[in-house]
Design a protein around this ligand. Sequence first.
Ligand SMILES: Cc1cc2nc3c(=O)[nH]c(=O)nc-3n(C[C@H](O)[C@H](O)[C@H](O)COP(=O)(O)OP(=O)(O)OC[C@H]3O[C@@H](n4cnc5c(N)ncnc54)[C@H](O)[C@@H]3O)c2cc1C
Length: 423
Amino acid sequence: MIKINKNLKPKKKVIVIGGGIIGLATACRLVQDSFHVTLIDKNKSNNRASIATAGIIGGSSVIPWANDHLWKKIPSMLLSENGPLKVTYPLPANFLSFIYKSRKVGSNLEINKSSKGLAALGLKGWTEWQSLLKPFARLKKFFTQRGCLLYYGDKDEYLNEIKNNNLRRKHGMNIQHLKTKELFLKIPKTCDKNPLATLILKAGHLNNPSKFQDSLINELKKKGLKKISASATGFEMKHNKINNVITTKGKIKCDYAIICSGTGGKDLAKKLGSKISMIPAWGTSIIFKNPKIKINQPILIEKKGFAIVPNGNDLRVAGLVQVGGKTNIRNLKFENILLNQMKKIFGSFKYKGISYATGARPLTPDSLPIIGQSPNYKNVFFNFGHGHWGMTHAPVCATIVSNLICKRRNKINIKPYDASRFN
Ligand SMILES: Cc1cc2nc3c(=O)[nH]c(=O)nc-3n(C[C@H](O)[C@H](O)[C@H](O)COP(=O)(O)OP(=O)(O)OC[C@H]3O[C@@H](n4cnc5c(N)ncnc54)[C@H](O)[C@@H]3O)c2cc1C
């Protein structure tokens, strides 16, 4: 006779909308918290931020993108052919109000708040990844912790970064300055005569973000995760709850829904009555297959807006920002800039092939994500808008959301990430 365990409650159904790193990490935490999880994604992985990413965990992750320092540099960035920033038409919706808000929160008076909010998530990224992946030991091979180098081509670049480095120290980053000789013990010689660097000691990186995400999804499927390739287009609501998520493949019933859809989060939040200030900030990566230069730890070249990261036997070079335009598959201009910049730093080097990806960072004016319960629907939670640091934030925010659903206390104060801060 089959024994029925009367204490066994049916598993609650959660729909996670978005299959980038934020959706995957959230699904991973929820599966471990015994929810029945369905992941919905439009399935266009070729323009996911999580595929184009550099994959550094906790690099410079306490510096908000908008700061008084940056505004002064924007004209020269835009004029420079190989510059890290391009603004093209059509501009994103509500771009001017986005810039107005960014100037306000990025001012010297306000910036500390955003830095504090970034530090609370960014400094825990590495340890939270280790904790999230505990049941999936074989996935840990994708993570390496050898620190991250902030590279300066000369002394002026180094001096320009002092303010940011002070901010890093203030918010708890363990950093160490390297002289040229010390730097060249860590990386191959560059074409700059006297480069300097700052080493962020506790940073790590993902060796192959794309393969890692494929492997994680396979592991989660073994634990019961259901994946549906569809676009979420709306919700069916009753009073202050939603009953169904409406998708291009029909309605799906759920107890909870979590919006983890990157740049798509803004439109879905709007359907739930929340107005979010966010724009897509496109970035590009190129992977050099088997290059002749070997680099063992990530190098961030902030002035030029990109990073060089070990990718197994390959090298991933990722970064730059394009606002506006219709780029969503390949960005040839950015691919050329990255190639030119690599040549400028390391001279010509051989490699066996090259591949490309483009993706849009979901960028908010204060660099902080939107995390928490929807102000209008109590069984919907937000987890999107992670901008430049989603690979780092993902496991931390996954735990925050799962704690909220399970009514467990969060150690992190989540007020700074509230959706209603844009009202
Ligand atoms: C060039 C570059 C370099 C970066 N470097 C770093 C770094 O070194 N370290 C770091 O921490 N971060 C880095 N980032 C940022 C980080 O990659 C992003 O913050 C992160 O990938 C965002 O993840 P996401 O899951 O929110 O978005 P995405 O990866 O874009 O995923 C969102 C998913 O939602 C799906 N979706 C959207 N709308 C819907 C809908 N209506 N229905 C169903 N599905 C939907 C999309 O199809 C997509 O798959 C970088 C980003 C870029 C572009």
